[in-house]
Design a protein around this ligand. Structure first.
Ligand SMILES: Cc1cc2nc3c(=O)[nH]c(=O)nc-3n(C[C@H](O)[C@H](O)[C@H](O)COP(=O)(O)OP(=O)(O)OC[C@H]3O[C@@H](n4cnc5c(N)ncnc54)[C@H](O)[C@@H]3O)c2cc1C
Length: 89
């Protein structure tokens, strides 16, 4: 039976909640919201899934992600008055 509300590429035409960003907060929120099966949630994520990626799964390798386009949006903070003598790139 065809879905009642078919959208493009398996997407629905409407959602109750749209979450922009599938990071820790976005996915946690989506997971909690969809515990109620009556709520339709769409998560829009700009990055790759990176499932099983050892650089992400291995805490000791975390610094190797800095500066790599696959992992790093290259946003910078302002230099921090009370922070370390560097700011994240
Ligand atoms: C190298 C590294 C190691 C870390 N290790 C730890 C750790 O061991 N333990 C710990 O507790 N914390 C750790 N942190 C911190 C932790 O990752 C962050 O505090 C946490 O991910 C923040 O969650 P968030 O949901 O706010 O943002 P994020 O998890 O960054 O999620 C934001 C998401 O939004 C997406 N996004 C951005 N703009 C758009 C857009 N326009 N459209 C669609 N999607 C968009 C991004 O791609 C991203 O997936 C680490 C951080 C880094 C950088």
């Amino acid at each position: 039976m065809a879905p009642a509300n078919p959208g493009i590429g398996g997407l629905s035409q409407s959602y109750d909640v749209v979450i922009v960003g599938g990071g820790q907060a976005g996915i946690t929120l989506a997971s909690r919201l969809t515990e109620d099966k009556s709520i339709n949630v769409l998560v829009i994520e700009a990055g790759e899934a990176n499932l099983g990626d050892q650089l992400i799964m291995t805490p000791a390798l975390a610094t190797q992600m800095f500066g790599k386009d696959k992992y790093d949006w290259h946003f910078q903070t302002e230099p921090q008055v009370f922070g370390p003598p560097y700011h994240f790139r």
